[in-house]
Design a protein around this ligand. Structure first.
Ligand code: ADE
Length: 408
């Protein structure tokens, strides 16, 4: 692959591409890189590269002509090498956001030319005439496109065969699976009182892989809910966690069971509402109030099931055969993270076998539940309600209750 960088600071770019991993790979001719000085292509005596913007405003705008002539020179060099016309990328804060998927896509080209803007921008006409795309590396403004072009060059060149020592791992399409990386540790085993997670010392690679995968998912869910939502939609929950010995689901019938259900309902509701409802409203969510609500719903045709682990009720779910709705899927705090929610949701859906597309609702703030539902085949089907502090005295922040429909 050949990378060209068109810039006012070619030495800066060149020194980066000559250092460390990329520098070694470049010395071994695993790729070719050329940095071009825009100023060398100016046609005025002062070698001026920019001018005031038409229409006024602060800052200076790079001329179209020297950039165009520089790009023509790069095209000619590529043609002389028998290469295809280079793919031209302009780095600007107004470009499309750059992702790893773009790096993989750009890595397929034989020649990529990166054009760095500077000052207030580049004359739009040269972008129109030569640009195949315009990329931004993030929602912040840099003084120029050099760092951005080096970010793109680095992320593309590391994917070239031979550049990384463990090439196979990085070339593998599944390596970048849309999740953030799990935490890594090296010697010593205990550093300043902090121990390496014991599972990593077991030598049991199945366990280590499972631990790393769980860490990746948790990190992504907490730090990048946007990535996590996308990942959930493309990674169905297969296989479903197995019911263990001593674990079962029972219809809520007697008074003890109604009390257990009301307590789980109150605890679950308070957890879900903690960040979005007023304190005054949270205080009304008592087991007694929840019991009254459950009684009313039972009269309206709902049935509730408790999940038991070794005789203790630690989860619940409700189903309505009349409407094909599922609700009140709650797992007690100490029992979370064991797959009980997934099992109870699957159980509830199977109870509603006469409804091929049951529905449920979930607060948009409840990203954990949303992720589970998405991974289990539930898809958005509109907004069931909005809670707006402007008109709803129970709401602390604007929240939507989303309706989801089972799509399988
Ligand atoms: N030039 C200035 N800011 C930039 C950004 N965020 N990405 C790419 N090029 C830029």
């Amino acid at each position: 692959m050949r990378i060209d960088i068109v810039t006012l600071f070619p030495e800066l770019c060149d020194s980066f591409l000559s250092a460390s991993i990329l520098g070694r790979a470049r010395a071994k001719n695993l790729f070719e890189a050329h940095c071009h000085q825009i100023r060398d292509y100016t046609q005025n005596k002062q070698k001026q590269t920019d001018d005031y913007p038409y229409g006024g405003g602060c800052g200076m705008v790079l001329y179209a002509q020297p950039i165009a002539d520089c790009l023509r020179a790069v095209q000619a060099q590529c043609a002389a090498q028998g290469r295809a016309k280079p793919h031209v990328v302009f780095l600007t804060a107004a470009g499309r956001p750059y992702t790893e998927a773009d790096a993989r896509r750009l890595a397929q080209y034989d020649a990529v030319t990166l054009v760095c803007g500077h000052y207030e921008g580049i004359d739009e006409r040269v972008i129109e005439a030569f640009g195949d795309e315009e990329i931004s590396i993030g929602d912040y403004v840099l003084t120029g496109g050099e760092l951005a072009s080096l970010v793109v060059a680095d992320s593309v060149l590391r994917l070239q065969p031979g550049v990384l020592a463990e090439e196979k791992g990085y070339q593998d399409e599944s390596y970048w699976d849309g999740l953030l990386e799990y935490p890594q540790y090296t010697r010593p085993e205990v550093w300043e009182g902090r121990a390496v997670p014991p599972v990593l010392l077991t030598g049991d690679h199945q366990k280590i892989d499972a631990w790393r995968a769980a860490q990746s998912r948790t990190r992504t869910r907490l730090r990048r809910p946007d990535l996590y939502a996308r990942w959930c939609e493309t990674h169905p929950l297969t296989p479903l966690p197995k019911w263990k010995r001593g674990e079962n689901a029972r219809l809520v019938k007697n008074d003890d069971q109604w009390q257990a259900a009301a307590a789980l309902y109150a605890e679950g509701l308070r957890t879900v509402c903690a960040d979005v409802c007023t304190v005054a409203y949270l205080e009304t969510l008592t087991p007694q109030a929840c019991r009254e609500k459950l009684d009313a719903e039972r009269r309206g045709g709902w049935a509730f099931y408790l999940h038991y682990t070794g005789g203790a009720a630690d989860g619940m779910v409700g189903v309505c055969h009349k409407t094909g709705e599922i609700a009140h899927l709650f797992v007690a705090e100490p029992a979370r993270g064991k797959g009980i929610g997934a099992k109870m949701l699957d159980f509830a859906r199977k109870k509603l076998a006469e409804h091929p597309h049951p529905t449920l609702t979930v607060l948009d703030a409840n990203t954990r539940a949303l992720a589970l539902y998405r991974r289990m085949g539930w898809r958005p089907a509109g907004v069931a309600a909005v809670y707006d502090p402007a008109s709803d005295p129970t709401a602390a922040v604007y929240t939507q209750e989303l309706r989801l429909r089972y799509e399988g």
